[in-house]
Design a protein around this ligand. Sequence first.
Ligand code: GLN
Length: 224
Amino acid sequence: EFVIGILALQGAFVEHQAALEGLSLREKLHVVLVKTPEDLEKCDALVIPGGESTTIALLARLSGVLDPLREFVKSKPVWGTCAGAILLSQAVENAKKGGQDLLGGMSIKIARNGWGSQVESFEAALEVNGLRKPDQPFNGVFIRAPVVLELSPSSTDPPIQIIAKLSPNLLPPSLASPDHSDEPKIFVALRQGQHFLTTFHPELTNDNRFHEYFVKEFVIPSKP
Ligand code: GLN
């Protein structure tokens, strides 16, 4: 049995729980909500939900789970969605005054609320590599989503793989670059080593192929 934790301090953790518990693999899984260092200790892998990255980090600090999370990220699989993707990044732009605690884990730079106020929320069909039923597009739900600004793997970092992209013509003019070199802003799902991020919210759809992907690709292979 694999124990998957969902960080349950704020945000869409209940929806992740329902999606994981709805998988056909569920007999192999034990899903726990993580609020304390003791909860985290039981976990083989962790999902960090969408919500508000500043609030999640603040609550993590107050509940004493921030440093244990930083340790966890060094050795176990973690999937961050939206706000969770921000927390998993190494560097952030548009952090709130007072700053943003990060967990690191993925060597990318990300912008909070990167779509700007004109395009706060939208849905878009995504091109995805590696999901079951590849011919069925995945509906990406983006809510005040972050935008990936830079992939900066140094030679010692594991390579970054692009798992899902948005069509470049969906980028608003404020984000599109005149020479059409719009990558990495169109990268909306990435993996690196044991970590996975999606800037959208797969837990807010009835399609749990990304949850299945995380379990099959990251959680099950993580144990000998
Ligand atoms: N804008 C939020 C943040 O910066 C993320 C939004 C989300 O998770 N839907 O934390």
